[in-house]
Design a protein around this ligand. Sequence first.
Ligand SMILES: NC(=O)c1ccc[n+]([C@@H]2O[C@H](COP(=O)([O-])OP(=O)(O)OC[C@H]3O[C@@H](n4cnc5c(N)ncnc54)[C@H](OP(=O)(O)O)[C@@H]3O)[C@@H](O)[C@H]2O)c1
Length: 269
Amino acid sequence: MSNPKGTALITGASSGIGAIYADRLARRGHDLILAARDEARLNAIAERLRAEAGVSVEVISADVTNRADLRVLEQRLRDDAAIQLLINNAGAALLSPFAAADPDDLDKLIQLNVTAVTRLANAAAAGFSVRGAGAIVNIGSVVGLAPEFGNTVYGATKAFVLYLSQSLAHELAGAGVRVQAVLPGATRTEIWERSGRGIENVPAEILMDADELVDAALAGFDAGELVTLPSLPDAEDWRAFEAARLALQPNLSKRHPAARYGVKLVEPA
Ligand SMILES: NC(=O)c1ccc[n+]([C@@H]2O[C@H](COP(=O)([O-])OP(=O)(O)OC[C@H]3O[C@@H](n4cnc5c(N)ncnc54)[C@H](OP(=O)(O)O)[C@@H]3O)[C@@H](O)[C@H]2O)c1
């Protein structure tokens, strides 16, 4: 019999935030498809969740920067009617200064944090729209709001995730498909070691546990938030930020430059 909660496909489920999503969604009764490169870790998580939560858990070993692997996940999202939720989470950070960064590393980061996220969201949007139901959760970062933090390309990839989510929510309104962007601050996961910045260098007062982060993200999801900022005490601050952005809209595209530039205007012949 099919599971009324549906199946959640989680990328980057082998550790950190993705592994906690797997745990929480299994306990909510979702069947799971767990994807990442480390199959042994995925299998250990799958075995535990099958035993503890009694849900069905499938493991797909996939490097989402590899097109053939990515296509397998895209195909499932388009064609498997049981999938109702995508947690678009796999990602990495690169913290070296821009001018000193290896261009191939930048390229790889963009493939992981932008290209794979976009293609998976695209496949989910297509499948969910046809089926008239589903939700896409994209894991961004507060760094995408803060160019001053100095994580140039990582931050830019996460700004992309926020824009993609907001724009997609607009486009899919009415199709029965929900979108949420989750913007974690510093979170206690392996991402720090993997990016070469020891977690011991992150001040404890700004470092959230991944369990708390995911529980807050799910509370934001349940509350219908489009953008969830787990650290932000006052939701009104985000609404004011959005209102300031929207206030620009009537003046973003005009027949002539603004008078303050003193440009000589060209009238049609
Ligand atoms: N931790 C933070 O401070 C923080 C803050 C803001 C946003 N985030 C975002 O949260 C998300 C999850 O990161 P995390 O903090 O939980 O870090 P993490 O523990 O390092 O987890 C990253 C996950 O992505 C998977 N992954 C990495 N490269 C992959 C690839 N090429 N193909 C498939 N899977 C890949 C990893 O699994 P395998 O190695 O097994 O493939 C792992 O499961 C990322 O998008 C990150 O940018 C994290």
